[in-house]
Design a protein around this ligand. Structure first.
Ligand code: GLN
Length: 472
């Protein structure tokens, strides 16, 4: 847990963090750009020692714009892109005394769940470097899991904070849609994108949310809802809390050891006085999660990234005409994985397809959100295992894309993006030396329930601040 720092200890703390991240780089490959922290350390002279993140080293996913510091979104097309302004959350972090030490690797433009689709190469899991970190916020996840920094920023469009958090044994929070401003964050799919964070302890996640949350006039989707002191308000006495167990997910998991760990957790929560009951969502709507997600996310991504054309930003390939420049730039600038997604996105946006593909997906999304609201009615959170396996060796955990395991157990967290409801992953144990965890989803702007129950879980598991030992 973050201890407050005195002025004289700050330099040492930040230099150590930077040193660790550098030492681990050849093993984890988590960083795109390291910072020179001198200027920020100097800047701290203007910040009060009691600022909430005073002197705390942090890491930003490389899709967060940082003035004067390369921001690539792990895509070749943005390899030389240097923003002329800071994202809102960068201003917030600096005002709170945080010191940014690095920009972390991600799946290109946020597309992917493995962190193998990064321009700088795959990111490795600190618990077992032959396994994936998960993505798309993989670099941020492993820099917290390896103890380099206590807090790292990520973004989450489908599960890109919560899945890697589970694979790396740390806390991963995606707050309510609109809770944190996205001004200055390179978008993926605007109706699904969230800024969130990783931490090694629930209290730290709560502290960081208080710093980051709040209305920002430059992001019209950001909320006016008051921001609480979430950390101070944490109450791990969860007597009377109403927890809905997400049965569809349990039924879609094959590994009995993951199910046993989860059942044990439910018993523990009951012993602490929580009311634990089982619910299920309509199966056909659950089966629609992945197709609806892919239609909406790819369509929005195609539109959002039409400005990456070699004319306005980033790298440029030669060509005799404007059109040729754009075609050559986009062909070389994006990986084939990303180009494939643009093809799918463009297809659903063709005039003749819009109604029957894109609009239909939006309508089904609405139905799914209504169904989620129905089953969560009367409960504080919806609870499920975060994933069906530990972090796999390569690619996705599940090869069979039409199986229940893939459609439901591996992708249920997208519910939090469809609905905008806040959602958090918390580690609950180990399976063959690899971390496993749960995911909880709460009602809009009720992040406090996530922290309260998360703190209770942490007390039971003893996994607070548990980090991986990396052999550098
Ligand atoms: N894996 C999902 C995708 O590839 C989610 C990514 C994310 O949340 N950014 O789109």
């Amino acid at each position: 847990m973050i201890e407050s720092l005195k002025k004289q200890d700050v330099r040492k703390r930040c230099e150590e963090a930077l040193q660790k991240a550098k030492e681990y780089q050849h093993v984890l490959n988590a960083v795109v750009t390291f910072y020179d922290i001198e200027e920020q350390l100097e800047g701290l002279n203007a910040i009060r020692e009691d600022a909430p993140l005073y002197g705390i080293p942090v890491v930003l996913k490389d899709n967060i714009n940082t003035k004067g510091v390369r921001t690539t979104a792990s895509s070749r097309i943005l390899d030389n892109y240097i923003p002329v302004y800071d994202a809102h959350i960068v201003e917030k972090l600096k005002a709170a005394g945080a010191v940014i030490i690095a920009k972390s690797s991600m799946d290109e433009l946020g597309m992917g769940g493995t962190n193998r689709n990064a321009y700088t190469g795959k990111v490795n899991n600190p618990w077992d470097v032959t396994r994936i970190s998960g993505g798309s916020s993989g670099g941020s996840a492993v820099l917290v899991a390896s103890g380099a920094v206590p807090i790292a920023i990520g973004t989450d469009t489908g599960d890109s904070i919560r899945k890697p958090a589970a694979y790396n044994g740390i806390i991963g929070l995606k707050p309510t849609y609109g809770r944190i401003s996205r001004y200055g964050v390179i978008p993926y799919a605007s109706s699904l994108d969230h800024v969130g964070l990783f931490a090694a302890a629930v209290h730290d996640a709560a502290k960081a949310l208080t710093v980051l949350a709040g209305r920002d006039d430059r992001d019209m989707t950001s909320s006016y809802e008051a921001v609480a002191d979430y950390e101070k308000a944490i109450n791990s006495d969860i007597g009377g809390k109403r927890i809905a167990v997400f049965d569809n997910v349990l039924e879609a998991i094959e590994d009995s050891r993951i199910l046993d760990n989860f059942k044990q957790l439910c018993e523990t929560l009951k012993k602490r006085g929580a009311i634990v009951e089982h619910v299920r969502l309509d199966d056909s709507l659950m089966n629609a999660l992945v197709p609806v997600y892919f239609i909406i996310s790819n369509a929005e991504a195609t539109a959002n990234h039409s400005n990456l054309d070699g004319i306005r930003f980033g790298m440029r390939e030669d060509g005799d005409t404007m059109e040729e420049i754009m075609i050559h730039t986009r062909t070389k600038g994006f990986s084939s994985y990303v180009r494939k997604r643009f093809v799918i996105g463009s297809y659903s946006l063709f005039e003749e397809n819009q109604e029957k593909i894109f609009r239909k997906a939006q309508k089904v999304r609405r139905k799914i959100v209504e169904e989620l609201a129905r089953v969560m009615n009367g409960y504080d959170v919806l609870l499920a295992p975060a994933a069906s396996t530990v972090a796999p060796h390569d690619e996705d955990a599940c090869e069979e894309k039409l199986s229940k395991t893939y459609l439901v157990a591996e992708n249920h967290m997208v519910l939090g993006n469809f609905s905008g409801y806040p959602s958090m992953s918390v580690p609950t144990g180990f399976l063959e030396h690899m971390p496993i965890g749960i995911n909880m989803t709460a009602h809009p702007f009720d992040e406090q329930s996530l922290f309260d129950i998360g703190a209770a879980i942490e007390e039971e598991t003893g996994l607070k601040d548990k980090i991986a030992e990396v052999k550098a």
